[in-house]
Design a protein around this ligand. Structure first.
Ligand code: E4P
Length: 220
């Protein structure tokens, strides 16, 4: 399973990248706004800065919602860098645009996915990645992880090549459960990635090892 970080914060991207386990980055207009990245030129520069840090796929989201606008915007984004993947919303013109991008060799990430039916449509259109938002499904008291299981099962039966990119990850347990459910990728906040490190027995064990070493070597 690939690990992407879900942020537009360059420091966090660097920190995750330095762990040596980072395979890519996802952004969205809200994450860009959160970092204060506004205006066309600054947004484009920011994508290029991210591509300089991470040697993996970087999702750049279109803001158009009509077919012509999505295609024009997506073509420009894809031309920025070979690692850019065009992120397209799960709407009628979005599916039309994903089909067009597929025919023209442009890779896509179909975003804002909340159902298995939407996942089937995106796969039929040839999306490279599919982003089911599991945290937002949980937020309305449905089961986000069950959605990943269901899509994984359908894609396996049907032989679809679209990769399941579990998004809207809220915690480290989500990452473990997504791995069990067959997600190809998880895109996570840095805190959820770092949370995987934590276990009290690791801390207690390390403290003991170092104390024993200090004691045994005190007289040397
Ligand atoms: C996916 O690519 C989105 O950027 C993201 O995972 C949405 O997560 P949120 O529900 O925490 O906003």
């Amino acid at each position: 399973m690939k690990f992407f970080i879900d942020t537009a914060n360059l420091e966090q991207i660097k920190e995750a990248s330095e762990l040596g386990i980072l395979d890519g980055v996802t952004t969205n207009p809200s994450l860009m706004a959160k970092e204060g990245i506004t205006g066309h030129d600054n947004i484009i520069k920011h994508y290029l800065d991210i591509c300089d840090i991470v040697k993996g796929d970087v999702s750049a989201e279109v803001i158009s919602t009509d077919f012509k606008g999505i295609v024009e915007e997506g073509e420009k984004l894809a031309a920025l860098h070979p690692n850019i993947v065009v992120k397209v919303p799960m709407i009628k013109d979005g599916i039309k645009a994903i089909s067009w991008f597929t025919k023209h060799g442009i890779r896509t990430n179909c975003t804002l996915v909340f159902s298995a039916g939407q996942a089937i449509l995106a796969a039929k259109a040839g999306a490279t990645y599919l982003s089911p938002f599991i945290g937002r499904v949980d937020d309305i008291s449905w089961d986000g992880l069950e959605l990943i299981h269901q899509i994984s099962n359908i894609y396996g039966i049907q032989g679809y090549e679209t990769q399941i990119l579990a998004a809207s990850i809220r915690n480290s347990l989500h990452i473990v459960k997504c791995a069990e459910a067959g997600a190809h990728v998880v895109t996570c906040p840095l805190s959820a990635i770092l949370g995987l490190l934590k276990h009290p027995l690791t801390d207690i064990g390390l403290e003991q090892f170092l104390a024993d070493h200090r004691k045994a070597n005190a007289s040397n």
